[in-house]
Unconditional design. Structure first.
Length: 248
């Protein structure tokens, strides 16, 4: 009778060796990917627009960068320097007319993440991972705001009128669709409250093109100090001009 035990054992050894080899390759690839990504994160600490100066008072538009732990928005005056955001994001789109509002907040991000995470208590790891690793549809989140007090989540930035118009042009260039009147087209009827809406946007969201990278590109176009690449909130805020910086 032939002895089949030895070939069977050899087969198991070979299969286990192959498994271990592929496992180590997967671990190495995973580590190299994150090492590669971490090296890119360092670009956020290399500044551009180093020649920025606070504009004189007679040529100044005040905006804010509003941030949470993982997200940033532009907060801009509703009407300034010939720009009226209520024409782009009409008050008729909102559940309640934002009468008396003075500012509009605009942010860009993953549609799925926005829809499924109205508050941080609703954050799910699966939603976050899907947004980061799967190029996904994007939306603009727009919210009308009234007066607010200075707080750590709001960084004031002073722009010249020309710089502000460049920022406006950037934001407008990321609107997905407009109607015959030039107003942005709504992405959904869902909203967080009576004074915010979601609009169709251009671009796909993923870990190399985040909401904070969108903010950084806007700052870059407006001539404001920012990092070369800004995937994280820290990168957006790190180079912002200080409030006590002297005017030119």
């Amino acid at each position: 009778m032939a002895n089949t035990a030895q070939p069977s054992k050899t087969r198991r050894t070979t299969i286990w060796s192959c498994f271990r080899r592929w496992l180590w390759r997967a671990v190495a690839a995973f580590a190299l990917f994150w090492l590669f990504y971490a090296s890119f994160l360092l670009l956020g600490f290399i500044p551009i627009n180093r020649t920025y100066q606070v504009p004189p008072e007679d040529d100044r538009v005040r905006i804010f960068i509003r941030s949470s732990d993982i997200h940033t928005d532009f907060v801009m005056p509703i009407s300034s320097s010939g720009v009226d955001w209520s024409e782009t994001f009409p008050v008729r789109h909102f559940p309640s007319p934002p009468t008396g509002a003075k500012y509009v907040s605009v942010g860009w991000g993953s549609r799925g993440f926005y829809m499924e995470t109205p508050t941080w208590a609703d954050l799910k790891i699966g939603t976050l991972l899907t947004a980061l690793f799967t190029p996904s549809e994007s939306v603009l989140h727009v919210e009308y705001l009234w007066d607010f007090t200075p707080q750590p989540s709001l960084e004031e930035v002073q722009l010249t009128r020309e710089q502000y118009r460049e920022l406006v042009a950037f934001v407008q260039s990321t609107i997905g669709e407009t109607d015959d009147s030039g107003a942005a087209v709504l992405a959904t009827d869902v909203s967080y409250n009576d004074f915010d809406r979601f609009y169709l946007a251009r671009g796909r969201y993923h870990m190399f093109n985040t909401c904070n990278q969108w903010t950084g590109r806007g700052l870059s176009r407006a001539g404001v100090p920012t990092g070369i690449w800004t995937p994280l909130v820290l990168h957006v805020r790190w180079h912002l001009p200080k409030r006590n910086q002297p005017a030119s």
